[in-house]
Write a protein that binds this ligand. Structure first.
Ligand code: GAL
Length: 378
């Protein structure tokens, strides 16, 4: 691996030098070419240009040859040592789509050969994918487990195969990870996102108590309850309210499995059932919040006037609704930051780093998003 890195660095240097030289040559000749377009009569400068071009071409050719040689050598090395297997719990998830695209772009940009698999929300299917990657002798794995409860089994499998592994998005416990020292978790602390959702409500003019009855009446649309993100966001969003001394009333809590349609259905039923009583709709993620917004609008309610609505993720669609005032706020779940962190951790593992118990979780911060800063994330 070290050799690969060194060769990659060498090839990058040669390629950069070549492209700089090539750019240098072009930059010198292109303005002249552009000039000739506006100053037609200067046609007979072409002889001088030809000489210049020939000299530049030769330098360019030599540099390109050297770069190609180095790149050939490196691509052999990368193909031999840079195969990465990525397992995503399911492709049909709005946030994880942004995340996996970022991951793939970063890895490919660094010259790795990447294969990304769709677990289709089926742990057995994902187990097969992990076993196939192991049989193919990938150099490292990045895994977004389907079920948090499968962590022990996944960790035992990658440990047995001695494959450096980065877990993402569903955090196992520190004790579970301690079983294998070539294992790291990169993600966010979901408690933080829950707390921020609560703060978004506390920051409203009436602190969420729209009808002034002294309590905040809410419905909670939860993600997949097996997922720690769903558990913590549910708990900590409400905890932020009670910690601030507010009284709360939970009118309903239902699982929406991170899904827009389910978010819409739950909100629609609850709006029909509880009507004006609902002051706040907490959604564990934005996709469900977008669904809830459709139900809110269909029920003739107006966000930020007679109801509040918050999500998590800062999906593009949600950022637009925050800017338009149709969502009270959201929380940035930094897909790019987490993807970059996962690749960094993977490279540290590939470089031979091992991790002790208690140091195996690497966190990326959430950011509260309101109409004031939403544009920064669009
Ligand atoms: C959460 C995210 C959800 C969903 C979930 C999948 O962090 O907020 O939208 O993608 O991960 O595990």
């Amino acid at each position: 691996m070290k050799l690969t890195k060194k060769l990659t660095a060498m090839a990058m240097a040669v390629l950069m030098a070549a492209s700089l030289m090539a750019c240098g040559g072009k930059e010198a000749s292109e303005p002249a070419a552009a000039d000739t377009e506006t100053q037609e009569p200067a046609a007979d400068t072409s002889a001088a240009e030809d000489t210049e071009d020939t000299a530049a071409d030769e330098t360019e050719d030599a540099a390109t040859d050297a770069a190609e040689d180095a790149a050939d050598q490196v691509s052999d090395e990368v193909a031999a040592g840079g195969n990465i297997g990525v397992c995503i719990y399911k492709f049909d998830d709005a946030f994880m789509t942004t995340y996996r695209n970022a991951l793939q772009e970063i890895l490919e940009g660094k010259g790795y050969t990447v294969t990304v698999m769709d677990g289709k929300n089926d742990q057995a299917e994902q187990n097969n994918q992990i076993n196939n990657f192991i049989a193919q002798e990938v150099d490292a794995l990045i895994i977004n487990p389907v079920m948090t409860s499968a962590a022990d089994q996944i960790i035992a499998t990658v440990k047995d195969a001695d494959i450096p592994t980065v877990l993402i998005n569903r955090e196992p416990t520190a004790e579970q990870m301690a079983a294998y020292d070539k294992l790291v978790y990169v993600g966010c602390d979901a408690r933080q996102s829950g707390t921020m959702q609560g703060e978004l409500i506390l920051d409203t003019p009436n602190k969420g108590d729209i009808n002034g009855d002294g309590k905040i009446s809410y419905i909670m649309i939860q993600g997949d309850p097996e997922n720690i993100d769903a558990q913590y966001r549910t708990e900590y969003s409400v905890k932020a309210l009670t910690d601030a001394g507010m009284e709360v009333e939970e009118l309903d809590l239902q699982r929406g499995d991170w899904d827009r349609n389910k978010g819409q259905e739950i909100a629609q039923n609850d709006l029909a059932k509880f009507g004006e009583e609902i002051e706040v709709i907490f959604c564990n993620n934005d996709d469900m919040a977008i669904g809830a917004l459709q139900a809110i609008q269909a029920a003739g309610r107006t966000v930020n006037e007679d109801i509040y609505l918050v999500g998590v993720d800062a999906l593009d669609a949600a950022l637009n609704e925050v800017v338009n005032g149709n969502m009270t706020g959201t929380v940035l779940n930094d897909a790019n930051g987490q993807a970059a962190g996962a690749v960094e951790a993977m490279e540290a593992l590939l470089g031979g780093k091992t991790y002790a118990e208690g140091e195996q979780s690497i966190y990326v911060d959430y950011v509260k998003v309101t109409p004031d800063n939403a544009a920064d994330f669009q």
